[in-house]
Design a protein around this ligand. Sequence first.
Ligand SMILES: [Ca+2]
Length: 371
Amino acid sequence: MHCKISLFLIILLTSAGLLGCILEPQKEYDSSQETPSPNTEKRTEREDFYVETVAADLNVPWAIQPYEDGFFVTEREGRIAFIDKDGSVSRQQVELEEEVASQGEGGLLGFVLDEHFEENQTAYVYHTYRDNNSLFNRIAVIKKQGDNWIEQKPLLENIPGADIHNGGRLKLGPDGMLYATAGDADMENEAQQPEILAGSILRMELNGQVPEDNPLEDSYVFSYGHRNPQGLAWDENERLYISEHGPSGHDEINLIEAGQNYGWPVITGDATNSAMQSPLFHSGNNTWAPSGLSLHNRNLYATGLRGNQLMRFNLEEEEIEVVFSGEGRLRDVYIENDNMYVITNNRDGRGTPEEQDDRLLHLKNFEDHTE
Ligand SMILES: [Ca+2]
């Protein structure tokens, strides 16, 4: 009962916030720079609620990858934590051919296990690095050897990087290809140039080759015109959805079609252009600053950084709802049956960390609490 009232209030407050934004002049902030959270309210005690802390004292965790009875979680400064569902945490070093540049929004970001990890101990990572005083991102194959991970080979290097807008999500698609989100690296016009990797969704074979059926010839670029995409999820029909950070609000959820231009920086929000795709959902003048994305029962769930909340996007009804808030910045989400796992990001330099931050949270029976 309690939580239903809380949720109702949250929705009311959110609606009021939306109205407020329409009536007030647009605020000058840039959500995609993961701007500091202005939300100064203290976390509420919620014994009556459904949130449990699985693990605490994580160091800017970025990606959740389930494995057996726990999760591998990348930490942005360059390590991988294995978190057992019972809460024990062990940390693993990652030896890469280029040093992780944990600077601004960059660092050790995306991580995904190979489908045959059990046999080959192989995984893929996306990380920021420095070359001649410039920042770039790269994707590499790593192998678990004992308690450490050792790079086997690079798959793709020289993805433009910067202090902001590094993208960084990495996932295996239902087609067996590796997908990555590349930000515009603070060079917005490059997002409109399909031959440049910045501001794109990238697609590659697991050996680093360009797939023969990629939309642009001899290019990893699967779609372009993106600003700072950080979430990837597929539905049961293998359609790809992404989340991306907009400028001053106008955050987006997009349905991705091969070879299409998603408009940044030419169009945002409800603007249209016959040569470009408009988003399925956008935040208007509100800010979600969406990062991790997960799909469950025709609902997309997106974690919010500056938005400090987990959003639900109902793909059938085209409705948007706040599922959960009050724990600060949220970076990634993973759903397993009726269990949702979320990582906070209050230590990423833009939040207000509290004693146990950052944490892996478990939302039990989350669907019961969101009706
Ligand atoms: Ca767009």
